[in-house]
Design a protein around this ligand. Structure first.
Ligand SMILES: Nc1ncnc2c1ncn2[C@@H]1O[C@H](COP(=O)(O)OP(=O)(O)OP(=O)(O)O)[C@@H](O)[C@H]1O
Ligand SMILES: [Mg+2]
Length: 394
């Protein structure tokens, strides 16, 4: 069992009376890879800066190993930071860039019984620790290169080694892969996860890229407008989103107005669907999430609902099709081809349905009309609106 390392308690932050963090409560375990995920401006960097000690919260506490560290300056925290714009020293080679922090360090002399005398780290130890880092970031043999003779991904790995060589307990990473192209980003995601596991320290990672968060994290903290919306494993967040914001932000989702008839039975479009959810009041209004890959296309007669295909896009592995159910457009991902204009039936297994409490986000997300309008403009294919008006859903 990992133990708790950092705790944010009732953390609030405001700039000029403008609140940007609202009562953040969160703990982070030792050796955990935790990601703060959310749209631009939701307060991720501000949260990270408070943990690093670069910003003082308006109220609330930061605890490290159970001790309040609000007033501890950044350089006294066992925390290091890698920023998006990592600035390596251009005139120093890779070895010296990594060694820089060690060369600056002074520590008490073990030969001095009073422990007052401060000495530099011996050259032999610097050599050893930098070479160990080069091994970890897979850049052995690159020690004499200057930063401008490295690729973007290699430079980023040097920046990480430079932050790790001082052996912090926690590494803060603020969109560290933002400047890299997609292919390199993907490689570096795997590389970063490996490095984190190998050195065995806590990573607190900030991104607005949901796929990146799902790939790397032990725990994801989804934020919006300065508040935590959900904390969970990637699987939890994807399969059991707490509200319409999380469901929409993570992956693709159809979000439909529903009524929880009773445990394990939800009603949509006036039809009842068996599901696995419970714990709601009978006849409580709810939001229902159905992922596009969880919908089976069947004949109209066999379907739980029937609708009209309005758009079809070939995506290589599958088709993305937009289906109109009484004016509400769903996204369905399928390997079966259905032509535009076709009437289809759909079936959803009970475990493909996820029921959520109503929230302030209800009704804001989950309809693919705007998505389909873009295609309508391209196609100029107007499929009979009379189809939609039939209203003969089975
Ligand atoms: N020093 C500051 N003074 C005033 N407002 C600030 C300051 N720093 C951040 N803000 C505001 O606080 C809010 C949160 O900013 P923050 O940088 O934490 O967002 P973010 O989630 O990191 O966004 P992004 O993904 O764009 O980096 C924003 O509205 C921002 O304008
Ligand atoms: Mg930011």
């Amino acid at each position: 069992m990992s133990k708790e390392l950092i705790r944010l308690r009732n953390l609030c932050m405001a700039f000029d009376d403008d609140p940007v963090l609202n009562n953040i409560n969160l703990y982070i375990n030792d050796k955990e890879f935790l990601t703060l995920l959310g749209p631009s401006g939701c307060g991720k960097t501000t949260t990270l800066r408070i943990i690093g000690g670069f910003t003082t919260p308006t109220s609330g506490d930061v605890l490290f190993d159970g001790v309040r560290i609000n007033d501890v300056p950044p350089y006294r925290r066992k925390i290091n930071t890698v920023f998006q714009k990592y600035a390596l020293f251009p005139h120093l080679n890779v070895f010296e860039n990594i060694a820089f922090g060690l060369r600056m360090q002074r520590r008490s002399d073990s030969a001095d019984p009073a422990g007052k005398k401060q000495v530099r780290i011996p050259e032999s130890e610097i050599q050893e620790r930098v070479m160990e880092m080069l091994e970890i970031i897979s850049l052995k043999g690159f020690e004499h290169r200057k930063p401008d003779a490295l690729s973007g991904g290699q430079q980023q790995r040097v920046a990480i080694a430079r932050a790790l060589v001082n052996r912090p307990k926690v590494l803060l990473l603020d969109e560290p892969l933002g400047a890299l192209d997609l292919k390199l980003r993907k490689d570096m995601q795997i590389e970063l996860k490996r490095i984190q596991q190998q050195v065995g320290i806590t990573f607190i990672y900030v991104t607005h890229d949901q796929e990146e968060a799902l790939t790397m994290s032990d725990t994801i903290v989804v934020m919006d407008k300065g508040s935590i919306q959900q904390i969970g494993t990637p699987e939890d967040i994807y399969n059991e989103p707490k509200n319409a914001f999380v469901a929409d932000f993570i992956g693709e989702s159809n979000i439909i107005d529903g009524l929880m008839v009773r445990d394990n039975l939800v009603q949509m479009y006036g039809k009842q669907f068996p599901c696995l959810d419970g714990g709601f009041a009978d006849n409580e209004p709810v939001d229902v999430v159905i992922r596009p890959e969880d919908i089976d296309i069947v004949s109209v007669e066999q379907g739980q609902l029937a609708g009209t295909v309005t758009n079809v896009t070939f995506k290589g592995m599958q088709y993305d099709i937009i289906v109109d159910f009484r004016g509400f457009k769903w996204l369905i991902q399928t390997t079966d081809h259905c032509p535009v204009g076709a009437r289809i039936g759909i079936k959803i297994d009970p475990d493909g349905i996820h029921v959520m409490k109503k929230s302030s986000y209800s009704g804001m997300f989950g309809d693919y009309s705007s998505f389909s309008e873009e295609y309508d403009e391209l196609d100029d294919a107007s499929i009979g609106s009379d189809e939609e008006e039939r209203g003969d859903e089975t």
